[in-house]
Write a protein that binds this ligand. Structure first.
Ligand code: 73E
Length: 839
């Protein structure tokens, strides 16, 4: 291996062979080198984690060249950059993903094994960065992957939470939360950049003054400032030279503050303030689609948004003479309203710190931001009480009032004499206690607004954002979500990926539409057989894992029926439970009943303060206890709740599923992305016409999808006529028997009170209409059971699902964002020779 010469900027440097070499011998030597010089260990004293760290550094060494070249290229070139602002990035483990992107999986595995180490054991050492709750954060991670793979200049901005989403344990059937210490043993994938720290102001007051040109200006005198330290993680594209950056901010006390305290001799006071500042990036709020309105959350949002905007301005001014063309060089995507304060912050930075006049500043701002809405749930729409907001961000409140004032003038011209429109559209909610409505700020301050699935976008236009759609129809478009096939196929399902590559080559990894070439093989009996065999092997892997984790034996020949996602009433995990209890009753009433053996697998976390969600977890585990141990059932149904569902576990479970549960009440799930991962891995879906299910069904064909339940229109119509769930209970024998059995305390050791909140909620209010959908769900589940008996036909349906999932690649989503919203183009970075060969 001759040393590789890399042109870094204008001065070429030679990088030592051990940092870049790719022969097995070099990788082995590099591993020991990193163990010795970075971890400070010899093989005799090294722990598994030391070896993992050395391995990670050895991989990192081999990606730095791409990362640095990418950043240098962007710095020199006037390219438009996408800035993805998100309070959450749910990345999942980096190691294997990076090896696959670099095309170095095989040599590394070999080098590790030849060193006498267990490759998988080292891989399992990596703590996944769980810096997100669920779909929204995972989407941001998939989009970062696609942006890099498509060679789009982009940067992701977020928060470097010290504690990500909690770890879940199950004790006596209940969820117990454990703090996630992902940084405990160090994070080899990030590099701190304290030289690019940014100061963020909070609190205090504003004052006006006239500058030297006698122009009226406002200055914000903060009560305190916080320092934001950026930590950068490279995001490699797949088999390209692009490595974009994810920049996450950590909060630290600013020096000036410490210094003041220190000067007056208050050493402990200074330390206390330091600790208080650092709480800003301490912990991720563990609520998915449920907003608590806590001050610390607003502090987090403003903190990372202010750091990020100041950072963009710094980068911009490195290559441009002024900020006049800021909106031509940047498109900032707001991942929901969590970073929407950015609209007011960019205005402040332009007006107060760069002396722009209002109209110029507003023109730049409203041409920079684009807003993605992710939810229709009223409890997830962010609004901040005016007093909290004004106390923390006094200048921003003034700016928002000024934006609103001008905006409402525009509304008045559009709708003369219609005061109700003003109240509906205003950024300030004045119907009761006053609030700042963040979605309204985002709509007014953005040039584009999108939903995340076709149905969701239609519902935004007709319902939640109807008035904005009427006013600005040209801003609205749909961008159906997607998932990255690199992590969600190549990495997590190597068996199926390999099988597909054997048949149609590997172009599908970058052009998922190419999977369509598999359609022909659906008619090949031999292939169908092979396909089902592969599935069985993957199921056996999961069965082994379940055995090891929970000491429960499951049969890989049974139908694996999987529902993994956050626990939420609208996602209706308890509807799934009602079906399980229905099957249980049927077998108990007729022990010789010929049922398709099934393993029901659940996984998901409940928000720590969400009582009903936690009770649903307890219900699942209680039903599991009874069903799994009843000799009459005789293993024909098994119920498994797998604790601590996260990205790593998702990678195991999606490939092993036969049926995917996508059973939310129509009109409630904006898109869903788990639905895509299952189908891409050959599971069939049982689902409602909700979110992206609608489009998945269209793509894979109605005959390869188990549909049930009310449509959104029917849900609305039944609600309008006063829904009475009791009618369904009274008119359906099986449903009645199920609810009665739960009510008697059969699953709670005779305690009739334990699950009463669930049963009463269903009988007397049932906001998510489980009872209305029960019969159609159970019937569809029966159809699933029947269909599974014809393995050959099931295999055909499974292949067709995979073959027709091309649309749901996050590459397609990102291309749509690029073409319709960001107007950005790929910018290729040279590919070194060895990258061009395929393994
Ligand atoms: O339907 C999913 C969607 O697939 C939606 O519920 C989720 O976003 C996914 C990606 O588009 C979502 N999460 C949140 N809102 N929508 C949310 C809200 C507040 C805090 C954290 C997450």
């Amino acid at each position: 291996n001759p040393p590789i010469t890399v042109p870094l900027d204008e001065c070429p440097i030679i990088i030592e062979d051990d940092r870049t070499g790719l022969s097995i011998e070099t990788i082995r030597r590099a591993l020991l080198d990193n163990l010795y010089y970075v971890q400070g260990k010899t093989p005799q004293t090294a722990t598994k984690n030391d070896f993992y760290m050395a391995l990670a550094y050895t991989v990192r060494d081999r990606l730095l060249k791409r990362w640095l070249s990418t950043q240098l290229t962007y710095r020199k070139t006037p390219v438009k950059t996408v800035s993805y602002l998100s309070a959450e990035f749910l990345l999942g483990p980096h190691l294997i993903n990076n090896l696959i992107s670099l095309n170095l999986y095989d040599p590394f595995k070999k080098a590790i094994e030849e060193s006498g180490l267990n490759f998988q054991e080292l891989v399992d050492q990596e703590e996944e960065p769980g810096l997100g709750n669920g779909g929204l954060g995972r989407l941001a991670a998939c989009y970062m992957d696609s942006l890099a793979t498509l060679e789009i200049p982009a940067i992701g901005y977020g928060i470097r939470y010290e504690f990500g989403i909690f770890d879940q344990e199950i004790k006596d059937g209940w969820q117990v939360e454990i703090t996630d210490k992902w940084l405990q043993y160090g994070n080899p994938w990030e590099i701190a950049r304290p030289e690019f720290a940014q100061l963020v102001k909070f609190g205090g007051y504003t004052e006006s003054y006239y500058d030297q040109d006698h122009i009226y200006r406002v200055r914000w005198v903060p009560r305190y400032t916080v320092n934001g330290i950026p930590y950068d993680t490279p995001i490699l594209g797949y088999r390209v030279n692009t490595a974009n950056t994810l920049r996450l901010w950590k909060a630290e006390a600013s020096e000036s503050f410490n210094f003041e305290r220190f000067n007056v001799g208050d050493y402990y006071g200074a330390v206390r303030d330091k600790v208080a500042c650092e709480t800003i990036s301490k912990v991720l709020y563990p609520n998915d689609e449920q907003i608590q309105g806590k001050e610390l959350r607003l502090e987090q949002q403003f903190f990372f948004v202010s750091c990020s905007l100041q950072d963009m301005i710094r980068i911009h001014l490195n290559k441009n003479a002024s900020l006049d063309n800021f909106h031509e060089m940047w498109s900032i995507q707001l991942n929901d309203t969590h970073p929407a304060i950015g609209v007011a912050e960019l205005m402040r930075l332009l007006l107060d710190e760069n002396n722009y006049d209002w109209d110029t500043a507003w023109n730049i701002t409203k041409n920079t931001f684009a807003y993605t809405n992710h939810t229709l749930l009223p409890e997830a729409l962010e609004k901040w009480p005016l007093n909290i907001f004004g106390r923390m961000l006094p200048r921003h409140l003034e700016i928002i009032y000024a934006i609103n004032h001008r905006f409402l003038d525009e509304v008045r011209i559009h709708y003369p004499n219609d005061v109700s429109k003003l109240a509906c559209l205003s950024i300030i909610d004045e119907t009761g206690e006053k609030y700042v409505r963040m979605a309204h700020l985002a709509c007014v301050g953005s040039f584009a607004i999108n939903g995340v699935a076709a149905l969701h976008t239609e519902l935004l236009k007709s319902d939640v954002l109807r008035d904005f759609y009427e006013l600005y129809p040209e801003k609205f478009s749909n961008k159906t979500n997607g998932v990255t096939p690199r992590r969600w196929m190549v990495l997590s399902n190597p068996r199926m990926s390999f099988t597909i590559c054997e048949k149609i080559g590997d172009s599908w990894i970058k052009n998922l539409d190419d999977l369509r070439q598999l359609e022909g093989y659906a008619e090949d009996g031999g292939f169908r057989n092979y396909w089902q065999q592969i599935k069985k092997e993957v199921k056996q892997d999961l069965a082994n894992y379940i055995q090891a984790k929970l000491d429960i034996k499951v049969d890989p020949h049974s139908l694996f029926d999987v529902q993994v996602k956050r626990i939420h009433e609208y996602k209706r995990q308890h509807l799934n439970v009602l079906n399980i209890v229905t099957l249980y009753n049927r077998i108990k009433n007729n022990p010789n009943l010929d049922v398709t053996p099934r393993t029901f697998i659940f996984g998901g976390k409940a928000a720590p303060g969400y009582f009903m969600a936690k009770l649903i977890i307890k219900l699942i585990n209680s039903v599991a206890d009874v069903v799994n141990n009843d000799p009459v059932i005789c293993d024909r149904i098994k119920v498994i709740f797998l604790p601590d569902y996260n990205v790593t576990f998702g990678q195991r479970v999606y490939p092993a599923a036969d049926i995917s549960e996508q059973i939310s009440t129509a009109g409630k799930e904006a898109s869903g992305t788990g639905n895509m991962k299952f189908s891409l891995n050959g599971a069939l879906t049982i689902g409602t016409l909700d979110g992206a299910n609608v489009e998945i069904r269209e793509s894979v064909g109605a005959e390869n999808f188990f549909l049930f339940g009310l449509t959104t229109e029917e849900v609305y119509a039944i609600r309008a006529n006063r829904y009475t769930p009791r009618d369904y209970y009274n008119s359906d024998e099986e449903l009645k028997a199920v609810l009665d059995l739960i009510s008697t305390g059969f699953f709670s050791h005779g305690d009739p009170n334990l699950f009463r909140p669930i049963v009463d909620n269903l009988l007397y209010s049932d906001p998510y209409m489980l009872l209305a959908d029960y019969r159609s769900y159970v019937d569809a589940q029966d159809a699933v059971g029947c269909a599974y008996r014809d393995q050959d036909h099931w295999g055909r349906m499974s292949i067709l699902n995979v073959a027709r999932m091309g649309k749901f690649s996050s590459d397609r989503s990102i291309k749509d964002y690029c073409n319709d919203i960001w107007k950005t183009k790929p910018f290729a970075i040279d590919v070194p020779e060895y990258m061009q060969s395929q393994a």
